[in-house]
Design a protein around this ligand. Structure first.
Ligand SMILES: Cc1cc2nc3c(=O)[nH]c(=O)nc-3n(C[C@H](O)[C@H](O)[C@H](O)COP(=O)(O)O)c2cc1C
Length: 253
């Protein structure tokens, strides 16, 4: 089994680890945040089980993750699709992830919507996945494990629409304060290559996807979004993000 995960700030990985742990004893990790994945062509076989886990960005699969999945060859490997949200909604992300897996030659057998903290506005989904999520995800893992015993699989239906929702990124981009020691950790870990190793105190705004990884990994807390814009975004999203959102499981017919 493989866990193929795009998790800039770790929330998606928490959900993916919980599911994988309940399905298989050993799981190879494929890190879609690693910039090497821009060039890699991973090939799987019909015996493999691949759990794809991505966060929802603007109701869609993050474009970088989609590009890296498109380079893979499934050869009928079974796919479990996981979209993790920050307590708003996944809109078309689950159907898009299913389409991506199918187009790359995988056989989608199960899909999960999981919840984690909102990586931009941490007040939403705060503390998730929590004890209740762990319980639900364990149950989902058992049901998926049971399903995988089957010899053949019908269609996997998931909510979502085509054409997918438009998402062109956010205008907010993290910047570095004077607390930046130029250690270069953010530049090394940025999934989109928006931070140059020789100038870690700057951000290429065209390349940045506001995934928040640099903010999460900075050892001195020097990287942040503009506080005024962040506050306004928090107010605007309050209604949509406050009520606890459910986890969901879909199985192939
Ligand atoms: C640019 C961006 C857009 C996001 N859009 C959504 C969204 O449409 N719906 C939602 O519920 N959460 C949204 N989130 C929250 C993330 O999907 C959520 O926090 C996820 O767990 C982050 O994954 P990570 O911790 O692995 O980076 C967004 C986060 C970012 C950074």
């Amino acid at each position: 089994m493989y866990e193929i995960v795009f998790s800039p700030t770790g929330g998606t990985k928490k959900v993916a680890d919980l599911l994988c742990g309940g399905i298989a004893e050993n799981c190879g990790i494929v890190d879609l945040c690693d910039r090497k994945m821009e060039q890699e062509n991973r090939t799987f076989t019909a015996e493999d089980i691949c759990l794809f886990a991505v966060p929802c960005f603007g109701g869609r699969v993050p474009d970088l993750a989609a590009q890296r999945i498109r380079r893979m060859k499934g050869n009928h490997a079974k796919a479990i699709l996981v979209v993790v949200i920050g307590n708003r909604a996944y809109d078309d992300a689950l159907i898009e992830l299913r389409d991506l897996a199918e187009e790359a030659g995988f056989v989608p057998v199960a899909a999960v919507c999981g919840n984690a903290e909102h990586s931009i506005m941490r007040q939403f989904g705060s503390g998730r996945p929590d004890a209740q999520d762990v319980k639900e995800l364990n149950t989902y893992a058992s049901r998926i494990k049971e399903l995988l015993r089957r010899e053949s699989f019908g269609e996997l239906q998931v909510p979502g629409n085509r054409p997918y929702k438009n998402y062109g990124g956010l205008p907010m981009k993290p910047s570095a304060s004077s607390q930046c020691t130029k250690c270069g950790k953010c530049a090394k870990e940025c999934p989109s290559g928006a931070i140059k190793e020789e100038r870690p105190d700057t951000t290429d705004k065209d390349k940045c996807i506001t995934c928040m990884r640099c903010v999460a990994v900075c050892p001195t807390g020097a990287r942040a979004l503009n506080k005024v814009m962040l506050g306004a975004a928090g107010m605007a999203m309050k209604k949509a993000c406050s009520e606890r959102k459910k986890n969901e499981l879909y199985l192939a017919k």
